[in-house]
Design a protein around this ligand. Structure first.
Ligand SMILES: [Zn+2]
Length: 264
């Protein structure tokens, strides 16, 4: 990041013409892999924006074009991003590509309702079948997670925030896991009592981890952490632990609140 104020000028607004959009769409359809897709499509896009001839597959953003110096209408931005991401389904890289486009590669966008969305109709590039293998240990983890949710429900109540938060995080992430296109065969194994390890065919590895809540004392002026056996310790160096009857955020012996999240 540069501190030079000249770098933070307002982006140049450009509406892509029909020829520009045709080039971009052709590059999207003709791509042969994730890297090729990003290189050729972004080259076509930044040639259109800068008016300079591109250098083929070299990747315009890598050769000195700053995406945040340009802005295109939101309708065009969304159509291009969606089409590139859908194309990447062919290689199971849609999620990474979508993130990379939004964070680093695409120009900025501005609202202009007068510019229609281009028609980038693409076939469905997802595989016909998704293959997901669960190890026996992974099946046990999934059963254990369901049992843990049952315990949270029974102890804190079906309408409690603790149960609702845990249940929604599990449901949302399990659905993601089942519907995720990783471009081939995905294997799910155990990564802890309530956590799963996922290895995708494209080499991607990540985990669905249960983050249990830390049990703290909520008593005034007391910064004690309370272990499962009831033992207490200071929350940090110099933190006060009062001599009193501690008031835990959740009872000792009760099922542990928490949520599930994906980690790479
Ligand atoms: Zn306390």
């Amino acid at each position: 990041m540069s501190a030079n104020p000249n770098d933070s000028t307002t982006p140049v607004r450009r509406v892509l013409g029909s020829d520009d959009l045709d080039h971009i769409f052709c590059a999207i359809r003709a791509a042969t892999g994730t890297g090729h897709l990003l290189n050729t499509v972004l080259a076509a896009l930044y040639v259109a924006l800068t008016g300079k001839p591109g250098d083929g597959d070299a990747g315009m953003t890598a050769s000195g074009v700053h995406p945040d110096r340009y802005a295109i209408p939101t309708s065009q931005w969304q159509a291009i991003t969606t089409a590139i991401t859908n194309r990447a389904q062919a290689w199971g890289t849609a999620a990474e590509v979508a993130l990379e486009l939004a964070m680093n590669l695409m120009p900025t966008q501005y609202a202009d309702p007068a510019v229609p969305a281009p028609n980038f109709a693409l076939p469905d590039y997802r595989p016909n079948e998704y293959r997901l293998t669960l190890t026996r240990d992974a099946v046990d983890v999934i059963s254990a997670c369901e049992l843990h949710l049952e315990r949270l429900r029974a102890f804190y109540g079906p309408a409690s925030d603790i149960y609702q938060t845990a249940m929604h995080s599990w449901h949302r992430n399990l659905t993601s896991l089942l519907t995720m296109n990783t471009g081939g065969h995905t294997t799910v194994s155990r990564d802890g009592d309530l956590s799963l390890f996922i290895r995708a065919a494209n080499g991607l590895v990540f985990a669905l981890i249960f983050h249990g809540a830390t049990r703290r004392c909520t008593g005034k002026g007391c910064a004690a952490l309370i272990d499962d056996d009831g033992a207490t310790r200071p929350a940090g160096t110099g933190a006060a632990v009062r001599v009193h009857k501690h008031i835990p955020t959740y009872p000792v012996g009760a099922p542990r609140p928490g949520t599930w999240t994906f980690h790479s």
